[in-house]
Design a protein around this ligand. Structure first.
Ligand code: PMP
Ligand code: GLN
Length: 413
């Protein structure tokens, strides 16, 4: 072990409140303790061998130098075609589609493209962890709209149990984490420059409705406000739900950076490849930032994905694939003292442990990892004030046997 280098000049942190992310902390603890890791959101199974072969083909064929700054034309074209086929919305592959090094980069670039010092940005919390640092590094001020489990206005939870309510697994109460439009309206000021949207939502699984789109359009109609819409779980929706992409509402589309990620759709979170769809004027500014954040994104993977996207079944099978896993996990929890509402989308299920213990969620997540060998994410970490509603988030993008074993351990509580 070498000794750390001493720095004699004080560096004032630009992100004083940021430490190691909870995803890293919990995954590390899971590895150290040998626990089943349902914490960090990544598939526990491999991607398609066909996709791997395609990458290999392009690696061996010498597609190993810089891609064009905006992404290889074949992939931009494939993305535009897929978007038109899925949502009936046309984006110009030349000027409105940009390939990025993951959704994280795309979110950062979009926020940076519009937020100036002193601008206010509406963040609906619980919120994914990369949003607020992106706002703050640009001198923006996050303005929080706090969403809660249904029936909750103070940090306690009263959600009906799947088991005790007698509802079959898969029953849905769509009021959970519904957007409080009154609160959003009250938080909008002359300084509001951007609103961050995430549907399907991490960690709650909430899926925006057509009414949510209309409400948002009504609120921003006469204002100079942009939108970043994080839609990385666009293909993971349950119980017949439809993804209401913000691009499908013309008034919203013209102001929105739509952010996608292949990581979620094709089980390749480690490849860090995503994209941004935005009207030309927005894409011009987005690309100025992207150009100097990464310049371009890994070349052979872009060619491989362009080919792989030609078969829509590769992403259209995802709702069934993940709904089965969600239901398997929920069935495993039947008879436990956890209470929950089945996730509407994403590959996360939040569960309430209010009937089991009143420990803080962070402490419980650590204890369950160490004592029963199941790692989760405490939902409080997604709130600015660390609101503790006694909820844990479990990732069900895992092999069936792993989900069954995890549920069996959780039933013991
Ligand atoms: N947004 C949300 C809501 C996410 O859950 C994630 C990753 N899990 C990302 C963005 C980041 O995606 P990527 O890995 O493509 O950067
Ligand atoms: N998005 C993943 C999650 O919510 C984690 C990604 C990361 O580790 N940064 O678990």
């Amino acid at each position: 072990m070498s000794t750390p280098i001493t720095t004699r000049v004080a560096l004032t942190s630009k992100l004083p409140n940021v430490g190691t992310t909870i995803f890293t902390v919990m995954s590390k603890l899971a590895t150290e303790t040998g626990a089943i890791n349902l914490s960090q959101g990544f598939p526990g199974f491999d991607c398609s061998p066909e996709l791997v072969s395609l990458v290999e083909k392009y690696l061996r064929a010498g597609f190993n130098q810089y891609a064009p700054m905006t992404g290889v034309p074949a992939l931009r074209e494939a993305l535009a075609q897929k978007t038109f086929a899925e949502y009936n919305v046309a984006y110009d592959p030349e000027s409105e589609v940009t390939v990025t090094s993951g959704a994280t980069e795309a979110i950062f670039a979009a926020v940076t493209a519009v937020v100036r010092p002193g601008d206010e940005v509406i963040v609906l919390e619980p919120a994914y962890d990369s949003y607020v640092p992106a706002i703050e590094l640009n001198g923006g001020i996050p303005i929080y709209v706090t969403l809660t489990p249904s029936g909750v206005d103070s940090p306690s939870v009263d959600s009906p149990s799947v088991a005790s309510s007698g509802r079959s697994v898969g029953a849905v109460d769509s009021s959970d984490y519904a957007i409080d439009w009154q609160q959003v309206s009250e938080k909008i000021t002359e300084k509001t420059r951007l609103i961050l949207v995430n549907t399907p939502h991490n960690p709650t699984g909430y899926v925006w409705t057509a009414d949510d789109l209309n409400q948002l359009a009504d609120l921003i109609r006469d204002r100079n406000i942009w939108i970043v819409s994080d839609e990385v779980y666009e293909h993971i929706l349950f119980d017949g739900r439809k993804h209401h992409s913000l691009m499908t509402h013309p008034e919203l589309q013209e102001r929105t950076f739509i952010i996608g990620s292949f990581g979620k759709t094709f089980h390749i979170t480690g490849w860090k490849i995503g994209y941004c769809l935005a009207p030309k004027e927005l894409s011009v500014e987005f690309r100025k930032v992207h150009q100097y954040l990464t310049f371009s994104t890994v070349t052979p993977i872009q060619y491989a994905l362009a080919d792989y996207l030609q078969e829509p079944a590769h992403y259209r099978q995802l709702p069934d694939f993940y709904q089965r896993k969600r239901d398997l996990f929920l069935a495993g929890l039947q008879g436990s003292r956890f209470t929950l509402k089945p996730a509407e989308g994403s590959f996360f299920q939040t569960v309430s442990y209010a009937a089991i213990t009143d420990e803080p969620d962070y402490d419980l997540a650590i204890r369950l990892t160490k004592e029963i060998g199941v790692a989760s994410i405490p939902v409080s970490v997604f709130y600015n004030q660390k609101n503790d509603y006694k909820l844990l988030r479990f990732c069900f993008a895992k092999d069936d046997a792993v989900l069954q074993q995890a549920a069996e351990r959780l039933r013991q509580l």
